[in-house]
Design a protein. Structure first.
Length: 804
């Protein structure tokens, strides 16, 4: 009986003692980011009596409270606030980024102590310190810390400020910090870009139709967006980095400006002057008071931020009540208005309740203002559009008996308004499928004409067409490759290939252009390079072609030399160098040379062409393949581009898949069925197949293809299937054919996709539908022959998607 009572009592005592044991944050190798706020200890120091050492001692002895929320918010606090994070760094990596996502702390001191309580480091930052003096030029409060590896340390934070004290602390490795920061920057760009676009769009409408509601809406949305931009710390970084005093006092002023412009907009939009004149006069009086109160916010930030924050709270609810009243009165534009202010009312209420510690803070509530503002902006745009539609209808009804000239003018203005309002829903998109389809007709027809008897002028013109088509195709491929790399979906193969042959083929592509520009194109291959290597020949060829193309393009009457040799430090690596005597690059231009859409300068693009994607793609491909790339150059003295890749040597007899050279593939006959709804594509595919010695039949739809197969006297050896067809597309057709094959009604025939799609998900869809390969348009005879020979040799083979 006694033992039964002792056990529960002991457990209760242990539970009560747990907070006294403290909470330590353990850093391990398998994680790259931590929420430092969870388990963080907090101690208030209203009379500024503690020093860093005494605060550390008090917190280690159990003083203060333990924060168990990932986004701790203390509301408005007087005096100093001390926070302690106990760290056990069980990694070998000492450097970590400390991020505090609330930028509006007047002063933030970060102290690092070792396990014995001895000070290691001290850093100071805050919005009272000029932005240009920050060690890290970042809108959040960022600190690079060196935690002793395999040891315990103490991170002591002292915060002081007149604004809300919030401490969303996160600890990340440099890689994790960079990844998260890129994602946040992208979201910021999308959000604030949308706000700016909405403002500009409505400003243009105002300029066009002179309707004051649009101008007031722009002022309201603009100040609201600037308010959020400032709260996030972005204004301090981009707008006034040398004005810490204004940055400190700007928020109360922006609160009042936002409130004033929203009142003006609401009063005009809801036509309160005629519908509710007394309320209109009251709102006008509050608007004037808000504007007059702005200078007084400079007297005491501590009180002005609380007063202005609290003053904003009832306004959205007043708008909701007014909207409901006017809806009941039959004013239809108020419906969108009601939805808009309901969204911002909810967001504002949660944010302010969090600020005054009525509800618990969280990441969602901290960022809910952005979501509420965006929804409000969209809904208010609809409200404006609907209001203008109503106004135009009323004008048309009132002026129905007016002269024909006036009626025509009203109709023209209405059309202009509808055109302006529909502009935001129009998006320009250049899709690869829409470009590759006609390009297939151009390049395929050129390929067929090359074997025709032509005179020199005709051959010259044909070469121009081919070069232009290939240039457009290269541009499309660059854009697709860039998208794949950015999405992390660029496949890298490991196969055996002839390195010497690949280098010579790459150089051979530019022999003619080099002769035209009076250049000498040379090659120096080390004797120990080895003929056969393991790697990705497609991507290596792409890198070499890009670099050689640039060297030839920017060199006249000079030399371009490609060298390749084994790395002296690691024989598995090959060092490639492309050296030219061209125009060279200045040191300033080299800094951004491998960035996306960057060229030496604006004149480079005008004179030599190009998108600025080639070198960026080369750099990313090299890094994905485990190598590195660089450049050395001087203006007017030429350039040396180099890169090194892991390409281990292998013997010619190694039991590995070999990339077959098209020249080794003998042409032989076979019976093919070509399915495509586009007459030009059908003609090109049929012409190329006949040129290669194959017998063909064609079908212009999926149903026709099945009918041809069922009625054929002789079986087909292979089917070339277009994917995008009306009624029954290529995927459905392939599934139906395979089903008939399984039922024994058709002999087994391999199917190859012949489509203008060249993105990974479409290629996967082809394989899922049962197709054994994929050829991306535009096609040429070499790629077509290689694919046909491989499939006809082994019908069970699964080929990767081939694109130009």
């Amino acid at each position: 009986m006694t033992k039964g009572r002792v056990l529960p009592i002991g457990l209760m005592l242990m539970a009560l003692a747990l907070p006294l044991l403290g909470h330590s944050l353990t850093l391990t190798d398998d994680r790259q980011e931590y929420q430092g706020a969870i388990g963080m200890q907090w101690l208030a120091d209203p009379d500024h009596s503690l020093t860093p050492s005494t605060a550390l001692k008090a917190l280690r002895e159990g003083a203060g409270a333990t924060m168990m929320n990932g986004y701790p918010s203390l509301g408005f606090q007087d005096g100093l606030q001390w926070f302690l994070i106990t760290l056990d760094n069980n990694t070998r990596f000492p450097y970590w980024f400390l991020r505090i996502s609330r930028p509006h702390l007047d002063f933030l001191d970060i102290y690092l102590f070792d396990r014995n309580g001895d000070a290691i480091d001290h850093q100071r930052m805050g919005d009272r310190i000029p932005f240009t003096q920050r060690e890290f030029k970042h809108y959040h409060l960022i600190s690079l810390q060196s935690f002793p590896p395999q040891d315990r340390s103490y991170l002591l934070i002292r915060a002081q400020g007149d604004n809300i004290i919030e401490m969303p602390v996160s600890i990340k490795t440099p890689v994790a910090f960079s990844q998260q920061d890129n994602q946040i920057s992208l979201l910021h760009g999308i959000y604030y870009g949308a706000i700016i676009a909405m403002c500009m769009f409505n400003l243009l409408i105002f300029i066009s139709i002179r309707e004051p509601s649009y101008m007031l809406y722009v002022l309201y949305l603009g100040t609201f967006g600037l308010n959020l931009f400032t709260r996030e710390g972005l204004s301090y970084q981009w707008l006034w980095p040398d004005s810490p005093m204004w940055n400190h006092y700007s928020l109360p002023a922006l609160n009042l400006l936002t409130l004033a412009f929203s009142m003006l907009f609401v009063s005009h939009f809801l036509e309160l002057r005629t519908r509710l004149p007394k309320i209109s006069r009251a709102i006008s009086a509050v608007t004037v008071m808000s504007l007059l109160a702005i200078p007084f916010t400079l007297i005491s930030f501590h009180y002005s931020i609380q007063v202005t924050t609290a003053a904003v709270l009832p306004w959205p609810f007043i708008m909701v009540v007014l909207s409901l009243w006017l809806i009941f009165q039959g004013y239809s534009p108020a419906r969108y208005f009601l939805l808009a202010f309901l969204s911002v009312a909810l967001a504002t209420t949660l944010y302010i309740l969090k600020a005054f510690q009525i509800i618990e803070a969280s990441w969602l509530i901290e960022n809910i203002m952005q979501l509420g503002t965006f929804l409000e902006a969209v809904l208010l745009s609809f409200a404006l559009a609907h209001r203008m539609t109503v106004l135009k209808s009323e004008n048309a009804r009132i002026q129905r008996e007016a002269t024909e000239a006036l009626e025509q003018r009203v109709e023209e203005r209405t059309r202009e308004l509808n055109s302006a309002l529909s502009a935001r829903s129009e998006f320009l998109a250049v899709m690869s499928h829409e470009i590759r389809t006609p390009l297939n007709g151009i390049i395929g027809t050129v390929d067929m004409l090359k074997s025709s008897p032509l005179d020199s002028e005709q051959q010259h013109n044909l070469n121009i067409i081919e070069q232009s088509g290939n240039s457009l195709l290269n541009l499309i491929n660059d854009i697709l490759d860039y998208s794949r790399i950015e999405a992390g979906k660029m496949p890298i193969e490991q196969t055996r290939f002839d390195l010497h042959g690949l280098i010579n083929d790459s150089l051979g592509l530019f022999q003619h252009k080099a002769r035209v520009q009076s250049n000498v194109l040379g090659c120096e291959l080390d004797a120990n390079l080895g003929h056969f290597c393991i790697g990705d020949p497609v991507r290596l060829r792409q890198i070499l072609v890009n670099l050689i193309s640039n060297a030839v393009k920017f060199t006249d009457n000079g030399t371009v030399t490609l060298t390749a040799h084994r790395d002296s430090g690691n024989a598995d690596y090959v060092l490639f160098e492309i050296i030219d005597t061209g125009i060279g690059i200045s040191p300033e231009q080299i800094t951004h040379l491998f960035d996306h859409f960057q060229q030496g300068d604006s004149s480079t693009s005008r004179r030599y062409g190009g998108t600025g994607l080639g070198l960026a793609i080369c750099k990313q491909l090299v890094e994905i393949m485990g190598g590195e790339i660089g450049v050395e150059s001087r203006r007017n003295e030429g350039s040396r581009f180099w890169f090194r890749l892991p390409l281990p040597k292998t013997e010619a007899s190694a039991k590995l898949p070999v990339v077959q050279d098209i020249s080794d593939a003998t042409r032989s006959g076979g019976r093919l069925l070509i399915v495509d709804d586009n007459h030009i594509n059908l003609m090109v595919a049929e012409g190329l197949c006949k040129k290669l010695g194959y017998t063909t039949e064609v079908a212009e739809s999926g149903m026709e293809a099945i009918a041809v197969l069922l009625s054929a006297n002789e079986p087909f050896d292979l089917i070339l299937m277009d994917c995008e067809m009306p009624e029954m597309d290529g995927f459905e057709t392939s599934r139906s054919i395979i089903k008939l094959q399984k039922e024994g009604r058709l002999p087994r025939v391999p199917i190859i996709a012949l489509t203008a799609h060249a993105v990974p998900d479409k290629i996967q869809a082809c394989h899922d539908a049962g197709m054994v390969g994929h050829l991306a348009k535009p096609i040429n005879s070499e790629r077509l022959l290689m694919t046909l020979k491989q499939v006809l040799r082994d019908p069970d083979i699964r080929l990767p998607g081939r694109s130009a």
